[in-house]
Design a protein around this ligand. Structure first.
Ligand code: 9D3
Length: 272
């Protein structure tokens, strides 16, 4: 899998690629990631990559010529990318589904926007996809590009050591993960749930399944609507919904504290 990242901050992107599972894959060549300094594709002695907006207004606009030249160079040296992605706040919101789709492209170029915006001709001439990573304001497309390389790179065989963890990944299943514990069995008065120490693998599996469903129901009911559940799981959800309606798992021996990541149960306003 090939990635080409076009940016005015190549060191920022390279720093993000120096660590972690995906960083190691990039270093070892399992992933072929090249970072391109947009300023190398300017023609003037000031290496100008931005200019004032036609029509006036605040801020600067990223110029079209350096971007088009950078892509021409990538095409001739590295082959034609199957997808050319412009990172921008106007894009479709990135998701696991989009990550899987980009994986099938095999070779992805990523254009990191900066400034107030990118000249519209970049979209018209070279872009196949426009992607945002969510509804919050960032300073540019560099961190989003790293997010995409990470999410897509993980899907490439050999990048993540344990292929099972990619397969079982919560979002691949459409559910949130169950709680995890490691030693010690008791810490600061907080015990690991007894079932996990019991050695009953079937019961452990069932507890995890129920916890994953309970968390998803409490925190991300939107995911639950789209998840593909088997009959057993649908029954568990119905159970959990009934418990919730009666008030917090009355008559339930299990700890279903799933509404918040940490801390005691309450109103969620932090003042009880
Ligand atoms: C404060 C400026 N905004 C006025 C409406 C527009 C704006 C322009 C450029 C906001 C952010 C940016 C820089 N962001 C990105 O290039 C970006 C981004 C993001 O900000 N959030 C989520 N995903 C992405 S992908 C690229």
């Amino acid at each position: 899998m090939k990635f080409d990242i076009i940016t005015i901050f190549p060191r920022m992107v390279e720093a993000g690629l120096a660590e972690g599972v995906v960083g190691r894959a990039a270093a070892s060549g399992v992933l072929d990631v090249a970072v391109h300094d947009l300023r190398a594709y300017t023609g003037d002695r000031h290496r100008t990559v931005d200019d004032v907006p036609y029509g006036g207004g605040p801020g600067m606009v990223m110029k079209v010529e350096p971007v088009v030249r950078a892509l021409a160079s990538i095409r001739s040296r590295r082959g034609a990318p199957g997808a050319v992605v412009l990172l921008s706040p106007q894009g479709r919101v990135f998701s696991q589904h989009e990550a899987e789709r980009l994986r099938t492209a095999g070779h992805v170029a990523l254009i990191c926007g900066r400034y107030e915006g990118v000249d519209e001709r970049v979209r018209e001439l070279v872009t196949t996809d426009e992607i945002s990573i969510g509804d919050y304001v960032l300073s540019g497309g560099e961190l989003p590009a790293l997010v995409i390389v990470d999410a897509v790179g993980r899907l490439v065989p050999g990048v993540v050591g344990d292929a099972g963890s990619v397969e079982e990944d919560s979002f691949s299943r459409g559910l949130l993960d169950h709680p995890h514990y490691t030693r010690p069995a008791t810490f600061a008065g907080h015990d690991v749930p007894a079932v996990l120490l019991s050695g009953h693998h079937a019961e452990v599996r069932r507890w995890r399944q129920r916890q994953a469903l309970a968390r998803t129901l409490a925190r991300r009911p939107d995911l639950l609507e789209r998840a593909s559940l088997d009959e057993d799981e649908r029954r568990m959800v119905a159970d959990l919904e009934r418990d919730a309606a009666r008030g917090e798992g009355a008559g339930e021996e299990q700890d279903d504290r799933v509404g918040e990541p940490t801390g005691a149960k309450g109103t969620g306003h932090g003042r009880d």
